[in-house]
Design a protein around this ligand. Structure first.
Ligand code: 0O2
Length: 233
């Protein structure tokens, strides 16, 4: 048991003022971890099933790979601070309502057109609730970043209750993901600051890569149009 409370001890050291006991703090941390990790597993499994069925029907797998991450408790608290949530350590319910990317899944698809195909198929599942969506494909961010973001709530069945848990989904093409990963790395290495000319160059790269994405997709349709199983879906 010692190591179970070790984490709560550490959290208490960093975020003083929690009004309950170490056991209660640990219980809250464990609940977040269990519920959000389970939501990730639910969505990963559903995406895998959809990918397999799509392959069966169309001899094509639109999803290249999937990456998942759970925010650390420290990172949740840091974001709560940025969001202006007062006394976050004693307001985890507010945090759970307002911070919607505690669980995150990145779905890397082959081509840009696959993002909408796969997100629409997933959203058609009746027990998945859409909370919000941001389309950075049609309207890229100022940085040049492209992706299709959405937050969905998925059912997690626990021993004696069902919990709808929010998960942030980022649908990206391979090309969008390559740009975002490299840009993120450069920003991170430079503590979030990049010189204006570097920002402009990266934006230009994003535009050029977008053209490549579109061209690759056209080539794909051209190459596959005579294939019996191929369709525009
Ligand atoms: P992580 O670990 O990648 O999740 P927020 O910034 O979350 O408080 P908002 O407006 O809801 O508020 O977020 P947004 O901008 O819709 O999405 C945030 C996430 O999108 C980021 O998560 C990145 O993953 C990605 N993202 C957004 N803009 C850029 C960009 O210009 N470059 C890159 N490389 N990624 C971007 P985090 O917070 O970085 O963390």
């Amino acid at each position: 048991m010692a190591f179970r409370y070790y984490y709560a001890d550490k959290i208490r050291e960093q975020f003083s003022g929690f009004k309950g006991t170490d056991e209660e703090l640990q219980e809250m941390i464990d609940n977040i971890s269990l519920q959000y990790n389970s939501a990730i597993k639910v969505l990963e499994t559903r995406l895998k099933i959809l990918s397999d069925d799509f392959d069966k029907k169309h001899s094509y797998m639109p999803i290249h790979h999937v990456q998942s991450r759970l925010k650390t408790f420290e990172s949740i608290m840091e974001k709560a601070g940025r969001y202006g949530i007062e006394d976050p350590i004693n307001n985890l319910d507010t945090i759970r309502r307002e911070i919607l990317d505690i669980a995150g899944i990145r779905v890397i698809c082959n081509y840009e057109e696959d993002l909408r195909t796969m997100s629409n198929i997933l959203l058609a599942q009746e027990d998945i609730e859409m909370i919000k969506a941001k389309d950075y494909c049609d309207k890229p961010k100022e940085s040049g970043y492209r992706s299709l973001h959405m937050v969905v709530a998925v059912p997690v069945y626990l021993v004696n209750r069902k919990k709808m848990v929010p998960v942030e989904l980022q649908f990206r093409s391979i090309v969008m993901d390559a740009w975002a990963s490299l840009e993120h790395e450069l920003r991170y290495k430079n503590k979030g600051e990049l010189a204006p000319e570097v920002v402009e160059t990266l934006k230009d790269c994003a535009e050029k890569l977008h053209n490549v994405d579109e061209k690759m997709s056209k080539v794909r349709h051209e190459v596959l149009k005579d294939d019996g199983k191929y369709s525009d879906y």
